[in-house]
Write a protein that binds this ligand. Structure first.
Ligand code: FAD
Length: 451
């Protein structure tokens, strides 16, 4: 049988491409070598969000006292939390498998190798092989953690995958890299009682985000006891068998040294590039990933690539949007677009930070004339009744149209969803002002300060 589409990799990108194609009537096969649902389900979004929910509740219980509710000092049963994490991963994986089966997509377990643009050779776990042929192929190989140039991973120099697979938490943890994954894992570890140090090369945590939002989060992390070094480059890490020793140099020339149980490397992720296959087929790529056009098509017309393997913003919803866009381009009317400019990015911390579109600094660098409007959580009654603490919404308008929003504060990750729609549609100040939002809600933050 010749399928309409074969997908290699069942993370959010491949999964979404397969489901959307099947819903449009295409015959689809999907090949997965390790874990249905990919990084997101097994070592990314789902396990982190489960642990973050647990650690956040520990912090919230302490807040309850100020509301007049006494529940005693919280204790942490990490093994119960890990059971919850494993269960959430299992449920999500089952959901991926079932949705594929229900849609009539053929699921094939094994490692897929592109042998020609329309043929994938699958090596099953037992060593048997088979070849799938299809009109269209979607590469969705995903990404993997980047290592420091001067030292690889080891038993104690680990990536997010290993720390999420551990059944205990280190007493002392050094995190190299203060990006979204680094600060998320720092939040979880610190809230659950680890002594955490973050070392970041740039002069602020979350270098791509608004400086004032990153500073607010930095302050919260410090209050939780996290030690933070910015403008500091890690020069060496030694795995001593029972601990790690980390040395770094600050930009002012001074040196830092710290010892910990583990060094967690969070300096970014790199696309999985299977160079032999790409070169054999003449598929163009560079170090950032497989090169694609606006329809996720590679330079070989019948071969597409989606998700982290294409570089850019490495997020699950971007991968899934690309997957759906590919299917709609090939089998539908192409009505599902994808565009990196309107992909919301969230830093999952307590509180969270979410952005869609441009930051003030990015707009300034591009020479865009802008109006910046900011509203504080302190001016919102629900933020006050629920004792949400500090936070703000910052909106950037150009010629009266919304081009960027950053929210830092509780529920920022949810609040940004409507702002995505507003930025994607270039809504005007007047349209946002005319938006009727129920009272009293946190959502009122999204237009109460616009004048
Ligand atoms: P992946 O999810 O990496 O899936 C690729 C799949 O392809 C894998 O299952 C792999 O086994 C399979 N594969 C590869 N090669 C082959 C082959 N030759 N044959 C068969 N199968 C193959 N994103 C968010 O949006 N929100 C979050 O909260 C979030 N949290 C994260 C937390 C952490 C700690 C990490 C590491 C990532 C997080 N991400 C988050 C990022 C998100 O996980 C990725 O962007 C997303 O998983 C990318 O999807 P993908 O389909 O491109 O690749």
């Amino acid at each position: 049988m010749i399928y309409d589409m074969v997908v290699i990799g069942a993370g959010p990108g491949g999964h979404a491409a397969a489901l959307e194609a099947a819903s449009l009537g295409a015959s689809v096969a999907i090949v997965e070598k390790e874990a249905w649902g990919g990084t997101c389900v097994h070592w990314g979004c789902i396990p982190t969000k489960t642990l973050l929910a647990c650690s956040g509740n520990v912090a919230d219980i302490k807040k309850l006292k100020r509301m007049g509710i006494s529940v005693g000092e919280p204790t942490v049963d990490l093994s119960a939390m890990k059971r919850h994490q494993h269960q959430m991963v299992r449920i999500s994986e089952l959901g991926v498998r079932k949705s594929l089966e229900d849609s009539g997509v053929r699921r094939i377990e094994g490692e897929g190798t592109l042998s020609s643009p329309g043929a994938v050779t699958v090596t099953h776990p037992d060593g048997d092989t088979m070849t799938i042929t299809a009109q269209h192929t979607v590469i969705a190989w995903g990404s993997q953690p980047a290592a420091l140039p001067f030292c690889g991973f080891s038993d104690r120099i680990i990536s997010s995958r290993e720390i999420l697979s551990m059944e205990t938490l280190p007493e002392r943890l050094v995190i190299v890299g203060g990006g979204a994954i680094g600060v998320e894992l720092a939040t979880i570890a610190a809230e659950l009682g680890s002594a955490v140090t973050i070392i970041e090369l740039m002069d602020q945590l979350l270098p791509n985000e608004e400086r004032d939002a990153a500073e607010l989060l930095t302050g919260t992390l410090k209050k939780r006891g996290v030690e933070i070094y910015t403008s500091t480059s890690v020069e060496s890490i030694e795995d001593k068998g029972d601990r790690v020793e980390v040395r770094g140099a600050k930009r002012d020339g001074s040196l830092i040294e710290c010892a910990a149980d583990y060094a967690l490397i969070c300096i970014g992720r790199k696309p999985v590039i299977r160079t032999v296959e790409l070169e054999k087929l003449g598929i163009a790529y560079d170090r950032r990933g497989v090169l694609i056009d606006g329809h996720c098509m590679t330079n070989i017309g019948s071969v597409y690539a989606v998700g982290d393997v294409t570089g850019g913003v490495l997020l699950a919803h971007r991968a899934a949007t690309q997957g759906r866009a590919v299917a709609s381009h090939i089998f539908g009317n192409g009505s599902i677009p994808w565009c990196d400019d309107i992909i919301p990015a969230v830093v999952y911390t307590h509180p969270s930070l979410a952005r869609v579109g441009l930051t003030e600094a990015q707009a300034r660098t591009r020479g865009i004339r802008m109006e910046v409007i900011k509203g504080d959580y302190g001016g919102n009654i629900i933020a006050r009744t629920e004792m949400m603490g500090k936070g703000f919404v910052k909106m950037i308008f150009h010629d009266d149209r919304l081009i960027g929003v950053t929210i830092v504060g509780e529920h920022a990750a949810d609040l940004i969803a409507s702002m995505s729609l507003a930025v994607a549609n270039g809504m005007t100040k007047l349209q946002l002002q005319s938006w009727v939002i129920p009272h009293p809600t946190l959502s009122e933050l999204l237009n109460s300060h616009i004048s």
